[in-house]
Write a protein that binds this ligand. Structure first.
Ligand code: AMP
Ligand code: MG
Length: 406
């Protein structure tokens, strides 16, 4: 049996990021930059005021013969406009935050530190000397022409969007999102709008996986359900092979009708692994027509857990992400883990911060068919292989599903 780490390493070794494309900046969030971003403009583009106040010459702010300097106010400059005359000796100009510094001025005093006669005042008194460059944001203070600001491979989040916007990137080169085919299998599976009939269950996996694929930043396409026949699987796989990645659920264990691996082997290549974990021992990985395929187990919880462990890192790597692994942190398990497992056990739990440390509560009965064990689960407790007992108060590692990858 393979360990989870060995399986993941083998899978990721066969995944390469997709090609790049250009998207509008407002569609770039969550994607990975496929180009270095070099500033073509100085940011800010011009020296401007950091305060509402008066633009003046610092040498005019020193007392003369013990008298406070009183300067003539010759006009004002608002954000978005340029002063139509310079500041000359003995004069000042009203200035607003973000407005360009008028020629001749070398400093700004904030309005609260001056005395003047209302908004239309023709004079301003400066009670203390002002140093040069006060409250002036120089051109290029943030970014300079030619500066490398963001590197290829960076995940684009809101802050990167802001930087790209200020540099005028209306479109940006990114690694494109994978189009993921999701395939259910099994004669017992009916669609979710159908009434239940004898022997049938609704297709929860395809919908669950669709949502999980989207959460991983990829595009999900449900291709429906293949019957447990070679012909039906062949037809579905032919269609699926036109996508960037294929996820199947069911049909990979050792039952009479578990034909998925046979059909993949016929149409491409497959490694069929028993992984030393619970839930989700059987996982298949291979390629059909060069398209990576991950065959997840049918039991809904096994499907969910193996997607998080293997599927999500695959989809992230296809998107060019370099951070692929959820953080693992030590947590105190307040209720212990009831059932002991010889295989590595991924126990669904809710983890939260309490005072000085993280505590975990398991989410109840952990059967791999019990979807209710996923409710409120924001972590998997990683109980080591070998039938380890976890009693209340023990510390174990938790894989934090709702924390960003590291
Ligand atoms: P299998 O590996 O195909 O034998 O499936 C294992 C278990 O998962 C069986 O109880 C199936 O009925 C169930 N199962 C398989 N596919 C789905 C699905 N798409 N939605 C919900 N349950 C499923
Ligand atoms: Mg089946």
């Amino acid at each position: 049996m393979l360990s989870v780490e060995e399986a993941l390493e083998r899978i990721l070794a066969e995944i390469t990021p997709l090609d790049k494309t250009h998207v509008a900046l407002d569609a770039a969030q969550g994607l990975v930059l496929a180009e270095n971003i070099v500033a073509h403009d100085n940011i800010p583009p011009f020296a401007n005021s950091a305060m509402d106040g008066f633009a003046l010459r610092s040498q005019d702010t020193h007392p003369v013969d013990g008298q406070l300097p009183r300067l003539l106010v010759t006009g004002g400059v608002a954000a978005g406009y340029v002063a139509d005359h310079p500041v000359t000796k003995g004069t000042a100009m009203r200035i607003m935050t973000g407005a360009p510094i008028p020629a001749g001025a070398d400093t700004v005093i904030q309005i609260e530190l001056t005395r003047y006669d209302g908004p239309e005042s023709t004079w301003v008194e400066v009670p203390q000397a002002v140093a040069p460059a006060n409250n002036i944001r120089p051109a290029g203070e943030d970014m300079q022409v030619g500066q490398l600001v963001l590197t290829q491979g960076t995940e684009i989040g809101p802050w990167e969007v802001g930087i790209l916007a200020t540099l005028g990137y209306a479109t940006v080169a990114v690694i494109r999102r994978p189009r993921v085919a999701i395939l259910g299998t099994g004669d017992e599976i009916i669609d979710i709008d159908q009434p239940l009939r004898a022997g049938k269950i609704r297709n929860s996996n395809s919908y669950m996986l669709e949502a999980a694929v989207r959460r991983a930043g990829a595009e999900a396409h449900r291709l429906g359900v293949a019957h447990d026949t070679i012909e039906s699987l062949r037809a579905k796989f032919r269609e699926a092979a036109t996508y960037d990645c294929i996820l199947t659920s069911g049909g990979v264990s050792v039952g009479d009708f578990d034909l998925v691996k046979d059909v993949i082997a016929e149409q491409g290549n497959v490694s069929f692994w028993r992984i030393n974990m619970r839930p989700g021992k059987p996982v298949a990985f291979g390629h059909i027509g060069g398209v990576p395929l991950l065959g997840l187990p049918g039991n809904p919880v096994s499907s969910a857990v193996t997607f998080e462990l293997f599927g999500r890192p695959v989809l992230r790597k296809l998107q060019g992400h370099t951070r692929l692994h959820k953080p693992h942190i030590p947590v105190i398990v307040e209720d212990g883990v009831q059932d002991r497992a010889m295989r590595r056990h991924y126990v669904r739990a809710h983890v939260m911060w309490r005072d000085t440390h993280f505590v975990a509560h398991t989410t109840g009965n952990q059967g791999s068919n019990l979807m209710t064990s996923l409710v409120d689960a924001n972590a998997f407790l990683v109980v080591p292989e070998g039938g380890v007992t976890v009693t209340p108060g023990d510390t174990v590692e938790a894989m934090m599903l709702d924390w960003p990858e590291v």
